[in-house]
Ligand binder design. Structure first.
Ligand code: EPU
Length: 334
């Protein structure tokens, strides 16, 4: 039996903790229940996982499906690798901890990323020099209209920086139900330590998945607000990628501008642009910009989703006026 709730508050279901309601709500513990609910439903739907990348700005007059299917299993094992299948409702960080306990390598740089497994492929989660696509094998997803399952290989997912087919051609068409990743076993790990702060913390000659994860956790907790203490949804904007012409103009004006060149383009930290406009630590009511990381918008307690959204619009407009850069939200605005 799937329990349908009515006019449910979503305040505790997203990490930014703004108030909001959904007309109908159900929590799915088994994939078969997901199919039953999709079959019987005629309302518009939204799919909720860990709620870490969502800003709720208005009442939703449809059905919110909260995916909570659990299960982690090793499907295949060789001398060097394991293929692990994880159900969509598993918490990403708990999966990283499980991998580290088993001394499997590949996801240690992605420790402490909030959110669930099912959302990870949608934006190709990434941090500290590693992206999901590097360990991703395939995912299983249900087509919302036909109810047929489809396997998406790594190529079919068309992963990019915070991007995939699920944000483009297949936006809102599929619900991801499980993900398979390939992790390395002891003696076969390849560590990514290039990201400056990691190199400073871990010694090169004694690397392990657990030591890297520990370093990442140390870096993240020193810079990023814990959503349990201050509501937030991680980076609010993507780091913009600009062309050479604009880059040269900006470089003349701001010789200190941090940048990451790639294929005649330049990725600029959005946090730097926002900090340059003096927004770091800014607060208007209970909506604000984090004091240690300008890319993170925070809810100090009673901000509404709309107030956070309006602050994001104000920042976008100023960044556009001053730097001629159009920031794209990384967060889904609901
Ligand atoms: N910077 C500032 N001001 C700040 C913070 C950063 O000027 O307040 C500048 C500095 O020059 C710094 C650079 O921005 O060197 C990069 O900062 P940081 O390493 O903190 O990373 P980021 O580019 O702001 C991205 C991801 C994060 C991820 C980190 C580490 C995006 C949108 N965000 O942030 O992901 O943890 O790199 O890899 O790509 C998330 O997606 O929610 C997230 C937290």
């Amino acid at each position: 039996m799937i329990q349908l709730e009515e006019n449910k508050s979503i305040e505790n279901l997203t990490t930014i903790g703004v108030k909001g309601t959904t007309y109908r709500y159900c929590k799915i513990e088994k994939t078969s229940n997901l199919i039953s609910i999709l079959k019987s439903n005629s309302l518009p739907i939204k799919v909720l996982g860990g709620g870490s990348n969502i800003l709720w700005t208005k009442k939703f007059n449809g059905l919110t499906i909260h995916i909570n299917t659990k299960g982690v299993s090793v499907e295949k094992e060789t001398n060097s690798h394991v293929i692990v299948n994880i159900n969509a409702g598993e918490n990403w960080h708990e999966f990283v901890i499980w991998s580290i306990r088993n001394n499997y390598g590949g996801v240690e740089n992605l420790a402490l990323i909030p959110g669930n497994i099912g959302a990870a492929p949608i934006q190709n989660i990434g941090a500290y020099g590693v992206e999901l696509k590097e360990v991703f094998v395939e995912c299983l997803a249900i087509n919302i209209k036909t109810l047929k399952s489809k396997v998406f290989s790594v190529e079919e997912c068309e992963f990019g920086y915070r991007d995939s087919i699920f944000k483009n051609q297949e936006k809102n068409n599929y619900i991801i139900t499980s993900v398979k990743v390939k992790l390395s076993k002891k003696g076969h790990h390849k560590f990514a330590t290039k990201y400056g702060d990691i190199e400073k913390i871990v010694k090169k000659n004694s690397l392990s998945p657990s030591k890297i994860a520990k370093a990442v956790i140390e870096i993240r907790t020193s810079k990023l607000p814990d959503p349990k203490q201050i509501g937030n949804c991680g980076s609010f904007f993507k780091n913009p990628i600009i062309d050479e012409v604009l880059f040269e103009v900006l470089l003349k004006k701001y010789p200190e501008i941090p940048n990451y060149p790639s294929k005649n383009k330049y990725k600029i930290p959005a946090a730097w642009l926002i900090e340059k406009l003096n927004y770091k630590g800014y607060r208007d009511g209970d909506a604000g910009v984090h004091k240690d990381q300008a890319l993170i918008l925070v809810n100090y307690g009673n901000s509404s989703g709309l107030e956070i959204f309006n602050l994001s619009k104000k920042i976008r407009k100023e960044v556009l006026d001053v730097f001629e850069i159009n920031l794209t939200p990384e967060v889904n605005i609901w």
